[in-house]
Design a protein around this ligand. Structure first.
Ligand code: FES
Length: 573
């Protein structure tokens, strides 16, 4: 331990009087002794839950972390924080992301921890854990639970949940019979772990490596591979040194670290959700991360990962091909190699020499999957504060398209009319869904990739331009414009679109234009009134009152920034 570091654990257990007496006595009641209490106290923040299939291996991982902590001379204490199982939460797990971040921050802040290991994996848990730990600013290492093994069905490799959507569309179109469709359910998600395509979880857990907040290899080792247990032990050993070095998130999460994350995001063709989460994480770290930075980096970064939903393979293949370290080694000329990480070394020191074992899965810069990144930022009178499109997963023929708007005022309206035989819709139209943003959704539910009308699907058409203020799952694909800001429920231009208006999407020129003159828009604006709030009390009301826009990460304004935990005597007699 550095001479200059005052350990919170040492203060807690070393206090005079009844406070120190009870701290020691009550900890000893769990079977520990003075030798244990003298060690650096390492919190293991565990988001295990039986309502989160992705985290089913977390008890074993926490045990492995503890072994590593003991080996290195630390004192591990595991504690639970909220778990967010993506498919189990409604109306949108995004609502609870900030709650989970508050839980993580406040428990780190309140307990006598010298450092923490953050065990998280499913879509919202990784950003939430990072956000909380950054605001508390104690030494912290992220440990992901790892991706599921590939699904297999009748000779096909299946991915959760890109293929859930593909199979559902095939079933709706009458191509797949009922029995086969039901059968696939048992094959698509076959093990513990998070979704194994390059969806939100795989993206966020990969970005952990680029941000410097996880050990190299963290993202891709399958959840059930014994190497993940060994990684967990290594995390346990390393976090004790991290506590002694007092290396904090505020020293690691510099503007360069976020540029590295955006570069990796582009090279992965990663999830659009990561844009929102990175903005929130950057907000906690006090780093400005405008959407223009994403577009700038995406334009100059080739896609090197040949992974679903924009490529062929899945996380298991990425692991066998060398994982994120091999990919980042190939990307080094585009990265800030000198950025410091939780290993105590730089990004370049971590990944230099990592070998690509399958050049079709991890492509070289001279033979990329795509010449530029998969994400683009659009602006125009329909999205003055920006919108996102994952053009790598979209139809090339729709990248410059002008069409007639077919408007749905919200999810209920969509559900009641989308498959109506009388719906006036053509394949060349532009489908618009309003009021599904941060406030309107609420929580920007992943509905931006809403299904096409059945009568369009039955003609063999599989994609149309869809525009909304929602998000979409990172495993989804299609010509889908998302995160339109300002959102409709806050009076953004999206709220003013009417059936029959002309909308023009121009991805090469990064514009999204509503061809309605300003005087008419102003007339519509004066007649507009906001939808009734979804929540009128409790945490939901706090969310609606405080949530910021998508470009600002949907965090609460009062949570931005950090306030490092204080080392000191408790207010207790
Ligand atoms: Fe957890 Fe997909 S449901 S990552």
């Amino acid at each position: 331990m550095s001479e200059t570091v005052t350990r919170r654990g040492a203060v807690f257990y070393g206090e005079e009087g009844v406070a120190g007496f009870t701290h020691r006595a009550f900890t000893k009641s769990m079977g520990f002794d003075d030798e244990d209490l003298a060690r650096p106290v390492i919190g293991i923040c565990n988001t295990f839950s039986e309502l989160n299939n992705c985290h089913q291996n977390f008890r074993e991982l926490a045990a492995a972390v503890k072994r590593g902590v003991w080996q290195a001379g630390g004192f591990p204490l595991e504690f639970p924080t909220i778990s967010l199982g993506e498919i189990f939460l409604s109306p949108s797990s995004m609502i609870q992301r900030n709650l989970a971040a508050m839980d993580t921050e406040e428990m780190i802040r309140a307990q006598p921890l010298d450092a923490v290991v953050l065990l998280a994996s499913c879509d919202k848990t990784t950003p939430a854990a990072l956000m909380g730990a950054i605001s508390a600013d104690v030494p912290a290492i992220m440990l992901s639970g790892g991706p599921m093994l590939d699904g297999h069905f009748r000779g096909q490799t299946l991915g959760a949940c890109t293929d859930c959507r593909r199979m559902t569309a095939e079933h709706a179109a009458g191509v797949l019979d009922d029995e086969t469709y039901r059968d696939v359910e048992s094959y698509v998600a076959r093990s513990a772990g998070h979704c194994m395509v390059m969806g939100t979880a795989s993206t966020m857990n990969s970005l952990v490596e680029a941000l410097g907040m996880g050990l190299p290899g963290n993202a891709a080792i399958p959840a059930v591979d014994s190497r993940r247990m060994r990684l967990a032990e290594a995390v346990g050993r390393r976090v004790v040194s991290l506590a002694k070095e007092d290396l904090r998130p505020s020293q690691i999460l510099t503007p360069e670290a976020f540029e590295n994350a955006l570069t990796l995001l582009s090279a992965l063709g990663g999830s659009t959700n990561a844009i929102v989460h990175l903005a929130a994480i950057a907000g906690r770290a006090g780093v400005e991360l405008p959407l223009s930075k994403l577009d700038e980096i995406s334009r100059r970064t080739p896609v090197l990962a040949n992974l679903k939903p924009i490529g062929t393979y899945q996380m298991e293949a990425l692991f066998y091909a060398g994982g994120i370290p091999a990919l980042m080694n190939e990307l080094l000329p585009l990265l800030h190699g000198s950025a410091i990480t939780v290993t105590g070394k730089t990004i370049e020191e971590n990944v230099r020499g990592a070998v690509i074992d399958d050049p079709d899965v991890i492509r070289s810069r001279t033979s990329p999957v795509r010449d530029e990144g998969g994400l683009a930022v659009l602006t125009g009178n329909l999205a003055p504060e920006g919108a996102i499109i994952k053009h790598a997963a979209a139809s090339p023929g729709l990248m410059q398209h002008r069409g007639r708007a077919v408007v749905f005022s919200g999810l209920e309206d969509l559900r009641s009319r989308i498959n109506d035989d009388d719906l006036d819709v053509e394949p060349s139209d532009v489908l618009v869904l309003q009021n599904v943003g941060p406030v309107g959704g609420p929580g920007m539910p992943e509905v931006g990739n809403f299904p096409l009308p059945k009568k369009i699907l039955q003609t063999g058409v599989r994609d149309m331009i869809r525009i909304s203020d929602a998000r979409m799952s990172g495993t989804a694909y299609g010509t889908i414009v998302l995160h339109v800001a300002p959102e409709a429920a806050m009076g953004g231009a999206l709220a003013l679109v009417q059936d029959g208006d002309e909308i023009e999407l121009d991805v090469p020129n990064r514009t999204l234009t509503l061809h309605v003159d300003e005087a008419e828009l102003e007339r519509r604006r004066r007649r507009w009134s906001p939808p009734a709030p979804y929540y009128t009390r409790g945490y939901g009301k706090l969310f609606l009152d405080q949530v910021e826009s998508a470009p600002r990460g949907c965090d609460f304004g009062f949570l931005r920034g950090s306030d490092p935990v204080k080392v000191g005597i408790q207010a207790k007699f």
